[in-house]
Ligand binder design. Structure first.
Ligand SMILES: Cc1cc2nc3c(=O)[nH]c(=O)nc-3n(C[C@H](O)[C@H](O)[C@H](O)COP(=O)(O)OP(=O)(O)OC[C@H]3O[C@@H](n4cnc5c(N)ncnc54)[C@H](O)[C@@H]3O)c2cc1C
Length: 539
């Protein structure tokens, strides 16, 4: 099928970024927008109920089922690479933690030549989408945007032990606003939850826009390539249950397929490193060596403890009556533990004297880490995940085939740079000191991972190789910049091709020091303004 009237904008991927763009661009009733998503609608309860986040990640019907290439520095393990394949994308299966990274991260972007992306430039776009229930500083926070941000009303009691442990060991400060101007210290964190349900760019922006006659949303429709005609992106090819379609765009195609699939689609369409494309028989439309390069993610490793005490979130025979009560409380009032994303407190700190801003996150999880993919934690315990916020290792996304249905090969090169391990090792030592603090003593928890047999740096280094993974924040594979390896310019336009932008995690020049969802919403908000030709920043 070829549509008679082209859409003004065709958006590929209804993930975190794509939903923002579709909603913002269709605000103008004269603009025809088509949003195309490979997955289905976001109705599943695993998506809606915050505490079922683990089940959403493990659900094969909601994700692409990817894993990385064997990782040389991680004992050749393949690392799980969950990516949402559903309306809302990875924002429909993520942990809902709300962070922006450090203000200095964006100043670094600008200093690398990305004019318009400094902290002062991007702050208005963070505020635009934010509806912060707890903060009142309107200079820094959005108070009436579409995406609801809140603290968990009744955090698990173990969080207090985590905060008290930090206070007891000394040397670190409390932070009461991780998305403010100085996100350093330990404290309770915020999440994108509204009335006991996940809030996301899908629920908060796309859903209210669906009735607009100028917005068409195709689901379960795989984009197989971008058609380039005379140096211009003219439309996309789509494979759906009812056959193959061609969807033309008169103004622009906006690629929002995420850090794995956006570079895949560019390469399938002839935009990328020429030798790689030619080796797969793909004709080169634009010679861009940077496509698929610079892929990176936050590496992480956890200290996990188990206990008989039943304070933590989790299911056990002894807590069955409480679980039934929690279920009833959620069903009737959307409150209680099921309305929590479980990740309720955290710390952003400097692991050593040389760090010029917090370089590790220690995320507290008041639940036993499940050895299997059961939707809810079984048994009781808690875990402290140490995250290296500024890894130096860089990897790549490469095509495994010229068949769009074959997953690309993703090699993040986790911990390939020898300097990436040191902050994690320092973080593991610190996490153990926290667990040994008096605040945790009443729970009589036993460390099961790495286990107290691992004593010195060599033992912990071996544990890193055996247990490290990532916290699912891949970025950078279609990097924005002004140098030869940049894929998009600071207006997010693909170099060498007209009418094509990339708007998602892949345009990050470098990863930010925090979880990535809100920064991607910001990127999409700013992209919507750039596309519409609005030069004045929102107030
Ligand atoms: C398990 C997990 C937990 C996370 N936890 C947090 C957290 O707590 N806080 C936080 O801030 N961030 C978190 N993140 C990160 C954050 O959710 C992602 O960085 C963000 O959602 C990525 O947004 P995106 O728009 O770049 O891509 P995505 O949201 O992944 O969107 C890409 C969309 O494109 C679609 N697509 C891809 N290829 C095609 C194709 N060929 N045709 C049609 N459609 C296609 C996909 O199905 C998907 O819907 C987490 C991520 C994961 C996976």
């Amino acid at each position: 099928m070829t549509l008679d009237t082209p859409f003004d904008y065709v958006i590929v991927g209804a993930g975190t970024a794509g939903c923002v763009l579709a909603a913002r661009l269709s605000e103008d009733p004269r603009t025809r927008v088509c949003l195309i998503e490979a997955g289905g609608p976001a109705r599943h309860p695993f998506i809606q109920v915050p505490a079922l986040v683990g089940a959403a990640i493990a659900h094969r019907g909601l994700t692409w089922g990817l894993s990385t290439e064997p990782q040389a520095a991680l004992n050749n393990r393949r690392i799980p690479l969950p990516r949402g394949k559903v309306v809302g994308g990875s924002g429909s299966i993520n942990g809902m933690a709300y962070h922006r990274g450090h203000p200095g991260d964006y100043d670094d972007w600008a200093a690398a030549g990305n004019t318009g992306w400094s902290w002062n430039d991007v702050l208005p776009y963070f505020r635009l989408s934010e509806n912060n229930a707890d903060r009142r500083d309107a200079q820094v926070h959005g108070l009436d945007g579409p995406i609801h941000v809140t603290h968990i009303p009744r955090p698990n009691r173990l969080n207090q032990a985590f905060l008290d442990a930090f206070a007891a060991i000394g040397g670190y400060r409390h932070c009461d606003d991780f998305t403010g101007l100085d996100p350093e210290g330990y404290g309770l964190r915020q999440a994108t939850i509204y009335r006991g349900r996940r809030d996301s760019s899908a629920s908060a922006l796309l859903m209210p826009a669906l009735p607009r006659p100028n917005l068409t949303v195709l689901t379960r429709a795989l984009v197989t390539g971008i058609r380039i005609e005379a140096g211009r992106a003219a439309g996309v090819d789509v494979s759906a249950a009812d056959g193959r379609h061609s969807v033309p765009a008169s103004r622009e195609i906006l690629l929002c397929a995420g850090a794995v699939h956006s570079p895949q689609l560019l390469m399938l369409s002839g935009i990328g490193p020429p030798r790689h494309l030619e080796s797969l028989g793909i004709g080169v439309k634009a010679d861009l060596d940077g496509v698929g390069a610079n892929y990176h993610d936050h590496p992480a490793v956890a200290v996990a403890l188990e206990m008989r005490d039943t304070t933590s979130y989790g299911l056990s025979w002894r807590t069955l009556p409480r679980a039934l009560w929690n279920l009833a409380e959620y069903a009737l009032a959307r409150q209680g533990p099921l309305a929590s994303n479980v990740f309720e407190s955290t710390a952003f700190i400097r692991s050593g004297a040389g760090a010029h801003r917090p370089d590790i996150q220690i995320a507290f999880q008041p639940a036993r880490r499940n050895p299997n993919a059961f939707p809810l934690p079984l048994g009781h315990g808690f875990a402290l995940s140490v995250v290296n916020l500024y890894p130096r290792s860089r990897g790549e996304v490469r095509l495994a085939s010229n068949d769009p249905r074959v997953a690309p090969r993703v090699n993040p090169n986790i911990l390939a740079d020898s300097e990436d391990s040191a902050p994690l090792l320092r973080g593991l030592h610190l996490a153990r000191r926290l667990c040994d603090a008096p605040a945790f003593a009443p729970y009589e928890a036993t460390e099961v991972r790495p286990g107290r047999d691992a004593r010195n740096d060599a033992d912990l280094e071996a544990y890193l190789r055996e247990a490290a993974a990532t916290v699912h924040h891949p970025v950078g594979s279609c990097r924005m910049g002004i140098d030869a390896m940049a894929v998009v310019d600071p207006a997010l336009r693909v170099r060498g091709i007209d009418g094509l932008r990339v708007v998602d995690a892949s345009v990050f020049p470098s990863i930010v020091g925090g979880n990535t969802n809100a920064p991607i919403v910001m990127v999409a908000e700013k992209a919507a303004a750039l596309i519409a030709g609005r030069t004045k920043e929102p107030v």
